[in-house]
Design a protein around this ligand. Structure first.
Ligand SMILES: Cc1cc2nc3c(=O)[nH]c(=O)nc-3n(C[C@H](O)[C@H](O)[C@H](O)COP(=O)(O)OP(=O)(O)OC[C@H]3O[C@@H](n4cnc5c(N)ncnc54)[C@H](O)[C@@H]3O)c2cc1C
Length: 383
């Protein structure tokens, strides 16, 4: 049965105190400016948060999924974008650790220390959910591949140094013809165009165009056609739970702010907390948040036990991100007109969290994944 260990509890207390000391000041300004200063990246790295699940030889700690959840949640409660950033760095450092030993040794320590940044380019202008339809191709040319295609919606594409690119190595093999490459973004033939986003501005999304970019074979990750190999797929569920957790963290902070506000704000001679129209909304939000929070940690625990978690991961991603958006929206309504200004952090959190209803897969795709687990292959629309 799952419960937090004493070590987990100590870790939570440590991250909470770090976040309070280092992140409380300026979180709103950072979100507005779309900039997390390098000192904050460095401080998170110095605490060991950025390399939690990669091998020690690359500067990581091989921590549990639960520990990663605790770190990301506590950071995101204070600064949503720092929680999301640390999740991103951890994830990309792990993926890079799966490259050839030479490439991994060169890049992973730089990613964990945050000296360099890696982004991930899967989505294209003509397709996102339908990954098998991507057009970017990688054609073998001796000891190199020539990569050509347009990627879009690449988080941190504006300032990343290296990019994980999903490309077709066999155009006739569907999803089995897809391969992963790490592509240094200073190679000739790459053009980066920033996107003007409504939230998550520090994630600096971009379109990245690759025109016959010459990438050494050693930068391919794994075998040709094995982009969705078991080692990658097995991590998807916990990645979805972590993503939901940092969105739920922003919602929890918004709810805590709303509880305090409801006791102070007077209407018709009483604090608004006295009115069931207000207190029941708060009670409902607290109930849903707690349920989704447990689901996320249960999914992380399943990952730590090596147990199947495909259904739970998809449930976390769909419901957790949507619930977080909905809770923040209701917190805005309960705060009255001032929530519609930039004086409060609520509108910013709403815009930030909303992005993750698409990012890493939409609600509809998650529901397909859930349905195929509980109904069976009859629920798969594309077969
Ligand atoms: C903040 C943010 C960050 C992101 N970061 C990255 C990143 O770093 N790298 C990256 O590669 N991508 C990134 N993305 C892109 C994201 O992964 C895609 O938006 C997502 O996969 C959906 O693809 P799409 O937007 O092309 O929509 P489409 O796939 O075109 O879908 C459009 C609509 O149709 C629905 N739909 C599609 N197929 C079905 C179906 N079979 N049944 C029912 N409904 C369906 C979808 O759910 C959606 O509502 C990011 C997106 C956002 C918003």
């Amino acid at each position: 049965m799952f419960e937090f260990s004493e070590t987990d509890k100590m870790l939570r207390a440590q991250v909470r105190s770090f976040a309070k000391k280092e992140l409380s000041e300026g979180a709103m300004k950072r979100a507005k400016d779309g900039l997390i200063p390098p000192e904050i990246w460095k401080k998170a790295a110095d605490m060991g948060y950025t390399g939690m699940d990669i091998p020690e030889k690359y500067g990581g700690q091989e921590a549990s999924w639960i520990a990663r959840g605790i770190v990301i949640e506590e950071l995101a409660k204070v600064d949503f974008n720092v929680g999301s950033l640390v999740h991103h760095v951890q994830n990309m450092a792990w993926i890079t650790s799966q490259a050839s030993p030479e490439v991994a040794a060169e890049w992973v320590p730089k990613l964990v220390s945050t000296d360099k940044v890696c982004c991930s380019a899967i989505t294209e202008p003509d397709c996102g959910s339908d990954v098998g339809a991507i057009k970017t191709k990688a054609v073998r040319d001796g000891d190199y591949y020539l990569i050509t295609g347009e990627k879009t919606s690449v988080s941190r594409g504006v300032y990343a140094n290296i990019c994980l690119v999903l490309a077709k190595t066999d155009p006739n093999a569907g999803i089995k013809g897809l391969s992963n490459f790490l592509v240094p973004l200073d190679l000739p033939g790459i053009e980066i165009s920033p996107l003007a986003d409504m939230g998550c501005k520090s994630a600096a999304r971009a379109s990245v165009n690759f025109d016959n970019v010459r990438v050494p074979v050693k930068y391919r990750i794994g075998e040709e056609g094995k982009a969705f190999d078991r080692q990658f797929i097995s991590r998807i569920d916990q990645g979805r739970a972590l993503l939901a957790l940092f969105c739920l963290a922003a919602a929890q902070t918004s709810l805590d702010d709303t509880i305090a506000f409801s006791k102070e704000r007077m209407a018709f001679g009483r604090p608004i907390a006295k009115y069931e129209g207000v207190s029941f909304k708060i009670a409902e939000a607290a109930t849903y948040l707690e349920a989704a929070w447990w689901l996320c940690y249960y999914t992380l625990w399943l990952g730590d036990q090596g147990l199947p978690s495909y259904k739970q991961g998809a449930m976390c991603k769909w419901w957790g991100t949507h619930l977080a958006t909905e809770v923040i929206y209701n917190c805005m309504l309960l705060h009255g007109h001032v929530a519609y200004t930039e004086e409060l952090p609520l509108e910013q959190r709403f815009r930030d969290v909303l992005g993750f209803e698409w990012g890493d897969g939409t609600a509809e795709i998650m529901k397909i994944d859930i349905a195929r687990q509980i109904i069976g292959k009859e629920a798969i629309p594309y077969k």
